[in-house]
Design a protein around this ligand. Sequence first.
Ligand SMILES: Nc1ncnc2c1ncn2[C@@H]1O[C@H](COP(=O)(O)OP(=O)(O)O)[C@@H](O)[C@H]1O
Ligand SMILES: [Mg+2]
Length: 455
Amino acid sequence: MTRLFSSLRARFLAAILIWVALGIGALWFSSVRLFSSHVEQQYHEELEVHVRELAELTVLDAAGNPRLSRPLSDPRYAVPLSGFYWQIGRPGYRSLKSPSMTRGALDEDVAHSPDILHRVENGPTGPTITYGFERAVPGGAPLHFVIATDERLLRAVIASFTRELSLWLSLLALALLASGLAIITLGFRPFNRLAARIAALRRGQADHIEGVFPDEIRQLVDPLNSYLARNAEIVERGRVAAGALAHSLRTPLAVVTDEAERLQQRGTESAAADVFLSESETMQRQIDYHLSRVRSGGSHAGMVGGVRLAAILPPLIAAMERCHPGKRFAATAAALDTAAPSLPMDAEDLSEILSNLLDNAGKWARSGITIDYRFDGAARRIAITDDGPGVPPDQREAMFGIGARGAGPGAGSGLGLAIARDVARDYGGDVALDRAPSGGTVATLRIGDWPAGDM
Ligand SMILES: Nc1ncnc2c1ncn2[C@@H]1O[C@H](COP(=O)(O)OP(=O)(O)O)[C@@H](O)[C@H]1O
Ligand SMILES: [Mg+2]
C-alpha cells in the first residue's frame, strides 16, 4: 500500500478516481432526485385536473344516478386496463366507472371531504395513486369522485430515465478517467526525460543535464547543473593541487635518497642510511601511485560514447610485445571486433588498467597471453590470461595492496594492480586475479553488473 502510494502517478490516479466517482455519483443522485420529484409533481397535477374535470362533466339523471355529459378528454381512460381509471359513486345509486376499468373497483374512501385528497390504494391493476373528493348534492346523498393512475407507470418513467442516465454517466466517467490518464502520462513525460538524462550523467555520457524542461522541473535541473559544474571545478582544483604537491616533493626526496646512498657508501651510519633509503622508497612509491591516480580521468568528464576495446588494444599489444620480447600476445576475435559494444570509460583510464594487467601477464607468462572480451547487456568483461606460474589463492587479494609484489621476474613498483583496481572502481567496476584453467593467471577487468556466478 505504502509502496503503491510512493508513486506520484498512483497518487494522481487515485485522486482522479475518487474525484470522478464523487462527481459522477453526486450528479447521478441529484439528477434522479430532481427528475423523480418533477415527474411525480406533474403526475399529481394532472390527476388533480382530471378529477376536477370529472366532477365538472358529471350530471345527475332524472332518477338521481350520476352520468357524464361527455367522455373525459384523456383517451387513456377509455382503453381497457390502461392503468388510468375513474369512478363516481353516490350512496344509494348506481356507481359509474371508466370504460378502462373492465374489472375491479376503486376504493371511495379517499373521497370523503370537499377538499381534493390523495393516497396510494390498491386498484384493478396494482397499486394506484388515487385522488378524490366529495361534492354535496342539495337535498340528497353526496357524490364521490375518484380518479386513479397505476403507480407502476410513474415508476417505469423514472426507471427508464435512471437507466439511460446511468449509461450516459458511465460513459462520461470512462471518458474522464481516460483523459485523466492521458494527462498524467503527458504530465510525467518530462520526468522520464529527466531520469534518462540523469542516467546518462551516471554513465558518464554527459557532464550536465541537457534539454528544455518545464519551469517546475527547471527549478531542479538548473541548481543541479550549477552544483555539478561547481563540483567538477572543485575536483579539478584538488587534482591540480595533489599533482603539484607530489611534484614538489619529488626533488627534495631525490636529494634525501641521494644523501642516504652516500651515507651508506661511507659505511659509517649504514643502519640510519638503510632506514632513510627504505622510507624514501616508500614515499617515492606513494608519490608515484598518487600521481598516476591524479592523472586518471575518473571524473567521467568528456567521455561521451565510451571507448572501443578494438581501438586501443592493438597499439597496447604492440608496445607490450616490444617490452616483453619472446612472449606472444593474442587477442580473440571478440576483443578485436570493432562492432563490439564500447566500454563506458575514458580511453586513458582503460589503457592504464590494461597496460598494467598486460605488463604483469607479459612479465610472468612462459610463452603466451590471450586477451578476451565478453559483454552482456550493460556488463563488460576483459580477461587477460597467461600461462605463467599463477598466484597462490591466499596471496591474490594481497597483491592489490600499494607496493605489494611477489618474488619473481623483473623489479616492479608493486603499484600496477593497486592502480588498475582503483581506476576500475572509479567506474563501479573491479579487477580480480583468478586461476586460469591452464594453471596460469587470469586477470579480469569487470565493468557493469554481471549475473551472479558468471564472473
Ligand atoms: N599475471 C601474473 N602472474 C603471476 N603473478 C602476478 C601476475 N600479476 C601480478 N602478479 C603478482 O602480483 C604482484 C603485484 O603486481 P603489480 O601490482 O602489478 O606490481 P609489480 O608488477 O610492480 O610487481 C606481482 O609482483 C606478482 O607477484
Ligand atoms: Mg605490474
